[in-house]
Write a protein that binds this ligand. Structure first.
Ligand SMILES: Cc1cc2nc3c(=O)[nH]c(=O)nc-3n(C[C@H](O)[C@H](O)[C@H](O)COP(=O)(O)OP(=O)(O)OC[C@H]3O[C@@H](n4cnc5c(N)ncnc54)[C@H](O)[C@@H]3O)c2cc1C
Length: 418
């Protein structure tokens, strides 16, 4: 807590996803006056439907050496794990070039070293943030598995596992026998895998953020339901947010608007190459089988997570711009995978969802004070690991607002690195 009332700021967080709510709660705990503004209720953006994993080992970038060799095969399959809408492709060229550059071996090592401290202790960070809130009961602390159908598909991800293990990830290689013992409902097609014992996940990512939002409001935080259309900037930085219902005066602002942060950051003098990367999920509410913990199907790149009630299958990456409608056939492909993974599953009454991950080409987020305006902070771009890294990001933003030095190196996350 800030002891000196002079250190009390009025902070407005734009975005009520896991990242924005984490920032808001940490700021509130520091004694600031905090307002969160979002056009939707807490947790209704990308944070609504993620797979729920606190994946502290997921610091390996999306771009790796050889990415150019695998991409065409994925891209030619319209329902494969990666798709680019061709109309959007020209707008992505410079992003793609940066993406490929981020896959050079030296840069991959730097990205892992930068991202790993942000994600480490994700479970503890979540438990701390959720303590005493409705979110607490939605967290499970149980290990989970990655499984591969054969040595060839496992070998394709060997580099990622090496990078994880070299950086201390707690991982154990397992064979088909142990895979079946841990999850008897799995088809007997998985020959190799990895068990990650000390992890956590949530059975309800939306409920988790909703619970944090409820606690925020109960603890004196102010929630404002509005669409931020623009920012009015004076000589000393932003003065007010332009909304359909009139201006909202601001003192300090945090941009935590997920995939929509790019436009706001550019308006504030910090253009960044942020893309909305669409992902999909299907929830099977009455699967008729038992799933003890999350299982990641390595080769096909999707994850099955126990939810209440049912099983969620989540994954796939699609780049088409923030305006393109979803292609729900991609969600239904996940159902097909579900059948292969669990032959005994009942897939009736499945519910589909899709949302935008905020993704930068180097797989690193933007976290820090704006290089242009003293009173602006950035907290976005967490790609596939926003649930994992959200609470620690909130702690970092609270440190920066209070003038404390964060306990991890945030220089790799600066907005002007591009
Ligand atoms: C299928 C899938 C599976 C995933 N699985 C995992 C996982 O297992 N583990 C993990 O760590 N991550 C996972 N992720 C990624 C994770 O969900 C995201 O990184 C995370 O939700 C991003 O959180 P956020 O708060 O930055 O964005 P969001 O949750 O999208 O929140 C941003 C908010 O800003 C608001 N907003 C934007 N612009 C404006 C504006 N102009 N005015 C007002 N409000 C605005 C939006 O309405 C939204 O509520 C997954 C993602 C997908 C799609």
């Amino acid at each position: 807590m800030n002891k000196n009332p002079g250190d009390r700021r009025h902070v407005t967080v734009i975005g009520a996803g896991i990242v924005g709510m984490s920032c808001a709660l940490h700021l509130l705990r520091d004694g600031h006056r905090v307002r969160v503004i979002d056009r939707l209720a807490p947790g209704e953006g990308c944070s609504y439907g993620n797979a729920g994993l606190f994946a502290d080992y997921s610091f390996v970038p999306l771009s790796l050496p050889g990415v150019l060799a695998s991409a065409p095969k994925w891209l030619l399959d319209p329902l494969g794990p990666l798709a680019i809408r061709w109309r959007h492709a020209p707008k992505m060229l410079s992003w793609l070039l940066r993406f490929v550059r981020a896959g050079r071996p030296q840069r991959v090592a730097e990205i892992c070293d930068a991202l790993s401290p942000l994600l480490s202790s994700a479970l503890e960070e979540h438990l701390t943030l959720a303590r005493g809130t409705d979110a607490e009961g939605l967290i499970r602390t149980q290990g989970y598995m990655y499984v591969y159908e054969d040595a060839v598909s496992a070998a394709k991800e060997a580099l990622a596992w090496r990078l994880r293990i070299e950086r201390g990830a707690d991982v154990r290689e397992i064979g088909g026998g142990e895979i079946r013992e841990r999850e008897p409902a799995l088809a007997p097609i998985y020959e190799k895998g990895y068990f990650l014992p000390n992890l956590g996940f949530t059975v309800d990512p939306h409920g988790l953020v909703k619970g944090l939002g409820k606690h925020f409001a109960k603890s004196g935080g102010v929630m404002v339901l509005r669409d931020v259309l623009d920012v009015d900037i004076g000589p000393d930085g932003p003065r007010s947010l332009v909304t359909g219902e009139g201006p909202v005066e601001v003192d300090q602002i945090v941009i935590a608007a997920g995939a929509w942060s790019g436009r706001l950051a550019a308006r504030l003098g910090s253009p960044v190459p942020l893309q909305g990367e669409r992902g999909y999920h299907v929830i099977v509410p009455d699967p008729g089988i038992e799933l003890n913990s999350a299982v990641f199907a390595g080769g096909r790149k999707f994850v099955a997570t126990p939810v209440e009630p049912g099983i969620k299958f989540a994954g796939t990456s699609e780049f088409g711009g923030l305006e393109a409608p979803p292609n729900m056939a991609r969600a239904r492909v996940l159902l097909r995978h579900a059948k292969t993974m669990f032959p005994g599953i009942n897939i009736e009454n499945a519910r589909e969802w899709s949302g935008f991950r905020p993704t930068l080409p180097d797989s690193l987020p933007v976290i820090g004070r704006s290089p242009v305006f003293e009173n602006v902070f950035f907290a976005f771009g967490h790609q596939h690991v926003g649930l994992t890294g959200g609470p620690r990001t909130g702690r970092i933003i609270a440190d920066l607002v209070a003038g404390r030095t964060p306990n991890i190196d945030i220089r790799p996350f600066r907005a002007d690195r591009f």
